[in-house]
Structures are given as C-alpha cells and as structure tokens.
Write a protein that binds this ligand. Structure first.
Ligand SMILES: [Zn+2]
Length: 181
C-alpha cells in the first residue's frame, strides 16, 4: 500500500550514510555535494551579520541554503550542515516560514535549533568514521583522548575545536579540559 505524502520523508540516518559515502569516495565530506544529492543548492551571500539560512521557493518548489563566504571554513561547514539538518528534520516549518535562519526573527524554537545543531555535528563527524580515524591513528587510550588527539580529529574533519569536543563527548570519549577561544 502506498501512502501519499507531500512532505519530505528523509531520515537522519539517510543523510549520515550519504555523508559516510562521500567520505569513503573522497576522504572528505563535501557538504555542497551532499546538499545537492537532495536537490538543495548552496549559495554564497556576503552580508554583514549574516550567518546562514535555508529558504523555500514555491514555484517551482525548491530549497536553497545561503552561507556567508566571509566566515572561516569550519564555521561555514557547520552552518551548511545545520541548515541541511533543518531540511531533513523541519522541512514543513521551512516550507511554512519560507525562510529559516538563526536570527531572532526567523529561527525555529530553541528545541528545534538544538536538534539541528545535534544532527549537524553527526553529519560532520559520523560516529563510525570517528571511531575508524581514532583507531587507525592510535589516538585512543581506553577511550580517553589527549588534547593533541582532539585537535587532530577536529582538523581532520574540518570542524571547530568546540564542535569536535562536544561531538566526541557525545559519542562517549573522555576528554581533558581544553581551552579554546
Ligand atoms: Zn537553525
């Protein structure tokens, strides 16, 4: 029996496996190609105080992500992954609002923004790739990572130190106190 639905039904696991697929073919998770694989285009928008947004256009129906090209690569990557997470998790709200971004006027509820942050970190650092990298590079001392290892992991996955710390803790690694600014 076929269930008719106009909403996009993509599971978070689907995007994580696609991210792993990109990584396996090129040793890099290309977020623009990842977005494109869902038919979502990523554009640069260079404006003061602009971070990133996901926007929906009605005719023809299309989702686009905008990101500030003036920001550092790690920040841009997190922003694209965050907006892509909204596409996966909250496409109905994006369709309704036409525009979702992180400023006060256009953001979703704090819970939904937190969900998007969590999925973004999983897209950028899929658990199985993190384990593999740690294992292949002998970084794991009984699931305790040194500061140097955490820095290596962050740079390997092209994420900020803060994102790496939160993600590694989320996966269950023990980390020393690391100062970052
Ligand atoms: Zn958001």
């Amino acid at each position: 029996m076929e269930i008719q639905s106009s909403t996009i039904q993509v599971s978070p696991n689907d995007i994580i496996s696609r991210a792993i697929g990109f990584f396996e073919s090129s040793q890099y998770i290309d977020l623009i190609k990842l977005a494109k694989s869902y038919g979502v285009d990523v554009y640069a928008r260079s404006e003061n105080d602009f971070n990133a947004s996901i926007e929906f256009s009605i005719d023809p129906e299309h989702f686009s992500i905008y990101v500030n090209p003036d920001h550092a690569e790690t920040r841009r990557r997190f922003s694209i992954a965050h907006e892509l997470a909204h596409y996966i998790l909250h496409s109905d709200e994006v369709k309704k609002n036409l525009l979702v971004d992180r400023d006060n006027i256009h953001s979703l509820s704090p819970e939904k923004e937190a969900e998007a942050n969590e999925l973004a970190a999983k897209i950028l650092m899929p658990e199985e790739l993190v384990h593999k990298y740690i294992e292949n590079n002998d970084l794991d001392g009984n699931r305790i990572l040194s500061e140097n290892s955490v820095r290596k992991i962050a740079s390997f996955f092209t994420v900020s130190l803060m994102v790496a710390i939160l993600r590694l803790k989320g996966i269950g690694y023990e980390l020393p106190y690391i100062a970052f600014s």
